[in-house]
Write a protein that binds this ligand. Structure first.
Ligand SMILES: [Zn+2]
Ligand SMILES: [Zn+2]
Length: 286
């Protein structure tokens, strides 16, 4: 049994009455579809806005990881925005349509009340992050082999200096394969425990979108997540993958690339950059 957090209880009862009213007298599958699709659009594009604003502020350009390769032009962003939104409607929407029947089969609670407590949601979401990261690491490495790269993953690598919107700029098969990492963990968890609520899925997907857009943002701000959470990958980690087309295959955490030795070129690159920086500083002092 989980211990409810008293502070969260008042908020939870507010959300419970709201959650109940969303489903009351409506088709559960349709409400689920709308919730998943609309929240995906709002969070994905909404998360890109701060980075787009940063693009317009010259003082923030010193935080861009790749100073020489400028691909976040208005023309490129418009091209990516159009392609991503088409892909959302043509491919992601049908995939989301398949979610409700599968989730119900696996025993997920959809409209049911009470809603889970934060002390239940937080460890579950952490587990999904760990599962997704491990799955993504190996699936992404596989996507870098031969024809899988040439026919599928090459699309995502069109951008060697990515920007937020490019996070979901990918071949439909890549969206399907890597999407299995996002939804596979919750489904396996649900199958074995019969203890998972749609609300937890919505929170998990929102955080996963935050992670994906941040990783592609091309900015390493002092407040970026990995600067206060050292094992978090962030843009500083994934940007190298786009620049070098190798190393740093994981999504959220740095540990698998470290354990399996797929961060060696990245570490060598960082050391080289640090030495160059030191040399430049010394030159200025002289
Ligand atoms: Zn890749
Ligand atoms: Zn990427």
């Amino acid at each position: 049994m989980t211990t409810p957090i008293p502070f969260a209880d008042a908020a939870r009862s507010f959300f419970e009455s709201y959650w109940g009213s969303l489903f009351e007298g409506r088709d559960e599958a349709m409400v689920t579809l709308i919730l998943l699709f609309v929240s995906h659009e709002v969070i994905y594009f909404g998360r890109c806005v701060p980075y787009w604003i940063a693009d317009q502020i010259p003082a923030l350009q010193k935080y861009k990881i790749q100073q020489k390769a400028i691909q976040n032009t208005a023309k490129n962003q418009w091209k990516v925005f159009r392609k991503v939104i088409i892909s959302h409607f043509l491919f992601e929407l049908p995939m989301i349509m398949g979610f409700h029947p599968i989730a119900v089969k696996f025993g997920m609670e959809i409209s049911a009340l009470p809603l889970p407590t934060l002390s239940k949601i937080i460890p579950q979401v952490f587990l999904f992050f760990v599962f997704e990261d491990f799955f993504h690491y190996w699936a992404h490495r596989a996507l870098h082999y031969g024809s899988l790269y040439k026919h599928i993953h090459k699309v995502h690598h069109e951008w060697s200096a990515p920007f937020g919107l490019a996070a979901e700029y990918a071949h439909p098969l890549e969206i399907l394969i890597l999407g299995m990492g996002t939804i596979g963990g919750p489904l396996i968890w649900c199958f074995f425990t019969q203890d998972l609520h749609l609300v937890t899925i919505l929170i998990w997907i929102a955080l996963r979108l935050f992670q994906a857009v941040e990783a592609h943002s091309g900015y390493d701000f002092p407040w970026s997540t990995h600067n206060w959470l050292p094992f978090w990958s962030g843009a500083e980690h994934h940007d190298y993958h786009h620049m070098a087309f190798t190393n740093n295959f994981a999504t959220s955490f740095r540990w698998w690339d470290h354990i399996f030795g797929t961060n060696k070129k990245y570490i060598a690159y960082k050391e080289r950059k640090a030495k160059e920086h030191q040399a430049q500083k010394a030159k200025k002092v002289m």
